[in-house]
Design a protein around this ligand. Sequence first.
Ligand code: EPU
Length: 418
Amino acid sequence: MSKIIIDGNHELSGEIKISGAKNSAVALIPAAILSENKSVIYNVPEIRDIDYLIKIMELLNCKVEHKNDALYIDSSKIENKPIPEELSVQMRASYYFMGVLLAKFGKVEISFPGGCNIGARPIDIHIKAFEELGAKVEIVKNRYTITAEKLIGKKIYFDFPSVGATINVMLAAIGAEGTTIIENAAMEPEIVNVASLLINMGAKIHGAGTKTIEIEGNKKLDNGVVEVFPDRIESGTYIIIGALLGNNLKIKGIIKEHIEALLMKIKEIGINYSIDNDTLTISKCNDIKSTYIKTLVFPGFPTDLQQPITTLLTQAKGKSIIEETLYENRFKNTYDLNRMGAITNILSLNKLEIIGPRKLKGTNVIATDLRGGASLLIAGLIAEGTTTIDNSEYILRGYGDVVNKLKNVGANIEITEE
Ligand code: EPU
C-alpha cells in the first residue's frame, strides 16, 4: 500500500518530461511476440503494468531485457502456455495476448482481463471479431479458450470503435489467410503506434489511425523497432496542473495533434499556453470560465482526462457540466473532491455538474482508480494544507515517476510505502 502526501498550493516552474504512453506500451510488448526474432521498444514508461506484462512474456519463454527506457525482446523461442488468472487480472492489456497467441499458435487460454473498475468493460467486440475470423471461443467461468485451425481474413464491422478490439483484431489478422478489413475502427494514436511496429517488422497494414484498417495476413514478421509515443493523457494531466499552479511551467514531449481536444477546451475557458516544437509552456490562470464537456472517442475529448479536468473545473466560475459517454462508473473521484470542499453533483449515471470556484482543503482521501487518483492528486496540489492519498498505487499505474516529476518543479509531495 502506498500513500502520496501533498502539502498544497505551491507554485510550479521548470520542466516536466512526458514518458511513453502507457496504453501504447502495453500493446507493443505483446505485439513483439509476432516477431520471429527480436524487437526493441524505446521510451517504455516506468509503470507497474509493464512489470506484469514482462512476467507474462517470460512465462511464454520470451527473453526480455530492460535497459534504461528500452525493452529488448527476443521471441524466437516462444512457447504457448495458458496464462494464469493471477497474471491476466493485473491489467486490462492482458487481452492482447488473445490476438497475438491466436495469430501465432491458433490457440490461447487466458482469463478475463483486469483493469480499473470504471464500468462493466465487456470484451464482446473482440470475441465476436475473433469468431468472424474463424476462431472458436469457449468461456468457462471467467476463463477463455480460443482456438482456430486457421484464421481467414474478412471484413469486420465494429458496433463501437473499441481501442482494445481494434488493436487485438489487427494483431490476430497478422496470422489470418488473406486480407482483414476493420470498419468503424478506433482512431486513437495507440493504434498507429502498434501498426508502426508491425509494419516495421514487415506487415502490410493500411489505414491505421482512420476508420478503416486493412491488414494483409499470413506474414512472417521479423525484427522490429519502435518508439512509444509520448503519453497524451499524462501530457494532458500536467497541462491541467500547469493551468492551476504553473509559473511558466514547461511540459516537454507534447504531440499537439494528440491533445487537440483538450487544448481547444482549455483555450475556450480562458487558459493561455504557448507551444514551441514539442514543449508547451503554461502558467496559472486566475479567471477560468465554466464549460460543457462530453467525452468521446478520439479525436473527441478523452474519457481518461475527464476526472483530471473535473478538478480544474472546481476552480472555474459558474456551473460546468460533464457528460461521460464511455464508462458508466467514472465519477467516483467526486466523493472525495466534495469532502475537500468542491461542489459536484452526479445528475444521472453519466452526467456531472460542477459548481465553482471553490477553495479546496487538504484531507485524507482514497484513490479508487487511476484517473480518479489523478483527479485527487491535482486537488491535493491546489488545496490548502495537507492531503494524504491512500491506494496511490492506482496513480503509479499510469504516471511514471510522478512524485519526482512534481517535486522537481516545486511541489511539496512525498510517497510512503507501507
Ligand atoms: N466496449 C464494449 N465491448 C468491447 C470493448 C469495449 O462494450 O468488446 C465498451 C467498453 O465497455 C467501454 C467502451 O467500449 O464503454 C470503450 O472501450 P475500449 O475498448 O475503447 O477501451 P479499452 O480498450 O478497454 C482503452 C484504454 C483505456 C481508455 C479506453 C478509451 C488500455 C489498456 N486502456 O481501454 O484506458 O479509457 O481505451 O480510450 O488501452 C486509462 O488509461 O485510464 C484507461 C482506462
